[in-house]
Design a binder for this molecule. Sequence first.
Ligand code: F6R
Length: 362
Amino acid sequence: EKGGFEHFMLKEIHEQPLTLRKTMLDRINKENDVVFEGLDLTPADFDKIYIIGCGTAYHAGLIGKNVIEKLTRIPVEVDIASEFRYRDPIVNDKSLVIVVSQSGETADTLAALQESHRRGAKVLAITNVPSSTIARDADYVVPTMAGPEIAVASTKAYTAQLITFYLLGIYLAQEKGTLDDLYRVSLVQALKELPMQVENILDDAYELKLFAQSIKNKKNLFFIGRGLDFAVALEGSLKLKEISYIHSEAYAAGELKHGSLALVEEGTPIIALITQQDLYEKTVSNIKEVKARGADVMGITLEVNVDLFNVVDEVCFIPKTNALFTPILSVVPLQLISYYTSLALGNDIDKPRNLAKSVTVE
Ligand code: F6R
């Protein structure tokens, strides 16, 4: 049942090229338009989009916000479901609420959906379980095709959520009429290359295993990045804590000197995500700040940035793609680092302590 893998988590990480392909299937036509059969969404009907989820689904939403705003110029807010419900959100019949849930059964996310309905909003669910309560209660359902996810730590569901947000963002921009044809075609072509690119990253995990060995006895670790890289940093940090039990935090790289830099000392491991070319120099200067305090830095960057070797201790390269799509690639090394760290520590990887796969209590 684990398909020859030692754990479900590793199997699910390796399924991603396939689950990404499945989630894109039938969503792109011959003309490279994005199609969502039966989704009669008119962007002009709403002036604001809310994205709501918990944990990893919330982290996918942070990427979704970035992508939808960039492509459609419609303002998007992202909320943690357990916060959204209690903050008297300004949601009304001009709002589109997108709830994200792998299981489709998370209590807080379901309650946020119901609260949105009470306030007159239409709700679209991105879920991996089309027969779930959230799918049943939503006005629109876009299924992720990740297949059953058994490991508590979410991997393939997250990347399926990301690719769904990319498709949805392109679709909404298309419907709004704001997407240049040539740009759309280049985006769609880049999307189609992602599964193969994930495969390439998976084929070469040797350095990541060594890195996992080097951090397994550390007490603290930090992830840093700007923009989309910060959103991925949050996911990487969550993944590492939930299965390795090592304390870690993710910081927006530019925020370090506003307080957290005080935590960096000789030998503190830092994983720096640096895939957004327009922010490259800015993040490099943040990396130099932590290096100057003795941090050991692993950089995750695009293959073109070979010069990062001059700044950090180790580099993990990811293939070139559109700047919006790097999260699907950069999260894969982070998933593997978490997995191999947990493995080195002898933890129960698929069933980490204190956690349940589906959180049906508030
Ligand atoms: C982390 C993880 C959790 C879930 C969260 C929401 O690896 O799996 O953070 O993402 O509990 O679950 P769903 O997506 O089922 O609503």
